[in-house]
Design a protein around this ligand. Structure first.
Ligand SMILES: [Zn+2]
Length: 421
């Protein structure tokens, strides 16, 4: 009756009509529409990673804008939710690359994520299929644009990796085998070069490794042990590097490539074991076998460790072929040295904790595939065992563990030098 009221009703109806014109599209897609279920940011000097996890694969495109520098990601077929809105609050002031992040519903069908950049970056944006506990992930890696920093070859290697120059299954064909004089004893005497030790704390970033019953994370434990080892090895007179010194995901192939770039004399990957049965415990040392595992437990372990690239998340790159005949010859000598190194370390660790077995176990670990560097993987203890989790959580055990591995390394290097005199 009232014209005004009628007009208001008309306006309301029009408003509803506007909504309705959108809603059928949303309804039609509702069954399949992706939902954002988690967002994470992993800030690090080498690169910062942003992960958007969703219930379905995300349909995205991205571009960069200058003045000011931004990376824009448009994701189609999704609706903004509180999970995605929380992304901006997760940016740390100390992030080397990200100044801020905003997310908004740009069109009824498209969510736009704008990343304000502090510096010029080389962005790598890619989707990952579900694996382990993760659903569909959209990963945004922000690499520094200039990787000329010779002090940290990790950045250059990550850049090579992101461009497909290093495969995830071992070493890149671009890096020739290192043929160096044998390591001198740790000392600086006689002007001979110091032995170089590459420490590889496993996992990191998106990949937590194994998680103990009370929540202790393998990636944190092994980084702490590696840092303790570096202190000791530096004091012993070696040159020591870490494949990662941050909570960052580093692909297995890049870890190996970093060791080769530094011309490492030994490579030691540090881990903490886990098993479905919480009573499993003890320390183990592993070396590479390309011709089958020496036990089914070792094979199982290698398979789970090699999954790290899937869990941590790498852009799929082509596998490069290498001259397998030359590789095999080099590998035979290296395997012998790896076993000698492993046995030394195992003997020292046996003074600290119960061992699985008295000898070095072997399987096809991707991270041990440097054809020219004696390489071992140390499973310090079982993080899935409540008692050993408590040990791994204590700084005194970590220090003892670091000392034991360092003692083994020193004995191996000293012996290797004696054998060549
Ligand atoms: Zn591990």
């Amino acid at each position: 009756m009232d014209k005004k009221l009628t007009r208001r009703q008309i306006v309301r109806a029009a408003g509803a009509g506007l909504v309705l014109s959108v809603t059928p599209v949303a309804w039609a897609k509702r069954g399949a529409a992706p939902q954002f279920i988690a967002v994470r940011i992993w800030p690090a000097n080498a690169y910062t990673r942003v992960t958007l996890e969703a219930s379905q694969r995300l349909d995205y495109k991205y571009f960069t804008i200058d003045n000011p520098r931004r990376l824009v990601i448009d994701i189609r077929g999704v609706t903004l939710n509180s999970v995605l809105q929380s992304l901006g609050g997760k940016v740390q002031k100390s992030d080397p690359y990200i100044g801020g992040i905003r997310a908004g519903q740009n069109t009824p069908d498209t969510v736009r994520v704008v990343i304000d950049l502090k510096t010029a970056v080389n962005p790598q944006v890619f989707a990952l299929n579900p694996v382990s506990n993760f659903r569909h992930r959209l990963v945004v890696d922000l690499y520094p644009q200039s990787t000329s920093d010779a002090r940290d070859p990790l950045m250059a290697l990550l850049e090579d990796y992101s461009q497909g120059k290093i495969s995830s299954s071992g070493t890149g064909a671009d890096t020739p085998p290192v043929s160096e004089p044998p390591p001198d004893s740790g000392g600086r005497s006689g002007g001979k070069r110091q032995a170089i030790v590459m420490l590889d704390p496993g996992h990191g970033g998106e990949d937590p490794g194994a998680i103990g019953p009370s929540g202790l994370r393998e990636k944190d434990v092994v980084l702490s042990i590696a840092r303790e080892m570096k202190k000791r090895l530096d004091a012993m007179g070696y040159r020591t590097y870490l494949t990662r010194n941050e909570d960052i995901f580093i692909p297995l192939g890049v870890r190996v490539a970093k060791a080769r770039k530094q011309k490492a004399d030994v490579f030691i990957s540090i881990h903490a074991d886990a098993f479905t049965n919480p009573s499993a415990r003890g320390t183990g040392v592993y070396a590479l076998s390309t011709k089958g595992a020496t036990s089914s437990a070792a094979r199982f372990l290698a398979q789970t460790q090699n999954n790290a690239d899937l869990i941590g998340g790498v852009k799929t790159v082509g596998i490069r072929s290498v001259d397998s005949a030359i590789m095999d010859m080099t590998q035979t000598v290296t395997n012998r040295d790896s076993l000698a190194l492993g046995q030394r370390v195992l003997t020292e660790l046996g003074k600290l904790n119960k061992l699985h077995k008295g000898n070095v176990d072997r399987a096809n670990f991707a991270v041990l595939r440097a054809p020219d560097i004696p390489s071992i993987l140390v499973e310090t203890a079982f993080i899935s065992n409540p008692e050993e989790e408590r040990l791994l959580g204590s700084s005194s055990f970590r220090q003892k563990c670091a000392q034991a591995i360092c003692d083994g390394v020193q004995k191996y290097i000293n012996n290797a030098v004696l054998a060549r005199r």
